[in-house]
Ligand binder design. Sequence first.
Ligand code: GLN
Ligand code: ZN
Length: 769
Amino acid sequence: MVSATNLGFPYVGAKRELKKLVESFWSGKISEADLLSGAHQLQETHWKVQQEQGIAQIPSGDFTFYDRMLDTACNFGIAPQRYQHIQNPLEQYFAMARGLQKSATATSEKVDVPAMEMKKWFDTNYHFIVPEFEPTQKFELKTARVVEQFKRAKALGINTRPVVVGPVSFLHLGKPAKGVEEFNTLDLLPKVLPAYVELFKQLEAAGADWIQVDEPILVLDLESSVKLAFEKAYKTLSGATQLKTLLTTYFGRIDNNVFIVKDLVDGIHLDLARNPEQLEAVLPLLNDKQILSLGLVDGRNIWKNDLNKSLDLAEKAVAVLGSERVLVAPSCSLAHSPYSTAFEKKIKSENPELFSWLSYSVEKCAEVATIAKALNGGRASVQAELNANAADLESRRTSKQTTNPAVRERVAAVPAQDYKRANAFPHRREAQVKKLNLPLYPTTTIGSFPQTKDIRVARQKYTKGELSQADYDIFIKEEMKRVVEFQEKVGLDVLVHGEPERNDMVEHFGHLLHGYGFTENGWVVSYGSRCVKPPVIYGDVSRRCPMTIDEIVYAQSLTKKPMKGMLTGPVTMMKWSFIRNDIPAKDLCTQIALALRDEVVDLETAGIPCIQVDEPAIREGLPLRRQDWDAYLDWSVGCFRLSTAGVRDETQIHTHMCYSDFNDIFDAIQALDADVITIENSKSDEKLLKIFERKQYTNEIGPGLYDIHSPRVPSVEEMKTRFADMLKYLPKHLLWANPDCGLKSRGWPEVEAALINMVEVAKHFREQD
Ligand code: GLN
Ligand code: ZN
């Protein structure tokens, strides 16, 4: 029989119960015992929900209080030195996760430790805690949460499949501890394996028969040393117990890492939602006992599965392997998609058609079960489900909400010259110098000014209908006026309106565009207890109306200095949303780019001389495999250019990025051809500036002069040193002075002090000239 299985469930809970639990624990409102019993209840609920949906092999050990990589480190007793004095294991765990500050008491000393580093989990929006290892690291199995969870499920009569992070991914994704010399963390493999063997033995003794071992790095380009590590690891593990290993890969294709299949494990899971073509490649490589888990239902989005299409693929696998050796599953852990559409009451009543296209984790479990059922009993045995599914998909395919012929025609007919400014940068620069008449080292900011409590309260009242549109507009105008007057007083050269009307740089524009929807409960964990609720792009995108003209024109009317229009770029608008899967990402991005292009041109027509299009997400959109980078950069850079190239020479296009990791994508950054780029820089060393020098970046550039993540006010001296460094590498006529990023999370007093100092630095260097 084909079994329905799952790789992981949204542990945060239907209504983010886990977030509430841990946050109450952190603030001392509930005890450790309450936290544990709350967590147990949640786990029980989640196991039962999966069971009710028809999942036969349910995972355990996927539940975490903060992060599974951190759990793995703690299970093996790996706490970096600086946390070792914290006695209580749970307190130590949370200290590693989020730092800990405690003043001294009669019985204990003061504690002040920062959190460990967090990194993006592959190409998702989830961030994991990066484990730290010492060359002499000892690994010793402590109480393993996975064993405890497995036993508790068993006591409830649910025979789960325990899930662990595999040893090779665990070591490879970690890093040398602070203060120790560089070394290859994979060298620790012989030391970590005995601890894993011990863990496997405990699970075996507890009654497990299969274990799921997540090795997601298998979808990356790996050096041969990593491949050798895999061979060694899985030879050791498979010989150590009778447990059967299901090795899971997800988020991409296994490709040249397919060696792992050869007799090293008892089963393998493939992401067939992203890369269905892998099936053909892997099928012939399996030996006659190995099983294959088909990741058919996309765990990364919110759309209903095409059940018939999944069945077509699954039937191929069953034909080769027989039904005993096939599992049906979501493509990856469902922790990356929201809990259940049952809570989307608003969409259901206001846009029932859109509702009928949605499927969150609970519904995805049911889809998995339906596919398995159809494979076992024939499609006719689930005919009603298949018919309903086909009807929903057909409605999506043909709906006016998804397809706007005018948008499609425009995308299909974009002339090549629309991707290019009319003239090259040197020519444009002449026109801009004449028009803007800026001093050497012009000063500017990245866009947002403090989002004060007053602003948040006013917005809340407005959304609830307690503040009228007219009163809200007056409020926003007053905020803009205050920001413009402030910038005049401080002496900045290119001003901004301060973004008081925006709650968020993507959602705000989503409301002004056709094709975007908003969920009530579409939360997914971003890190720890923090969740995000991305907008949903379900239809062809076009502007509902001009999006920023009123605000920017008003702000410009208050000053003679140039005002900078402020937009979010096409790639970021897409990357930070749940995107539709019925058209290629490139086409979707082009639609957004065209909508933005109209806005950019309208801003120019309205007399706005500078326009900034933020693209902080371009880098994080890079595909997991190098081989795919060029194609991605080609269209993403193209979309940025399409959105900005409609203006005259004298209109100055800015862009902004919040990172400085440009090494491998420098050419793409240059290819954006923005007249000015502002980037985060204050925390990076001179490496960044060296690249711009070495590669002879040709356009204007503002590397951030100070870090905006901290309330600390940078001194004039400190910023002078930084600016002097920049002058070593960059031609002075191209250099701007600005902070690292927007100021929305800062308070007014520090913003004022910091910007006064920054302007003084620019003036100082102008006088030197
Ligand atoms: N213009 C935005 C701001 O200043 C940019 C935010 C960002 O780069 N993430 O807030
Ligand atoms: Zn930024």
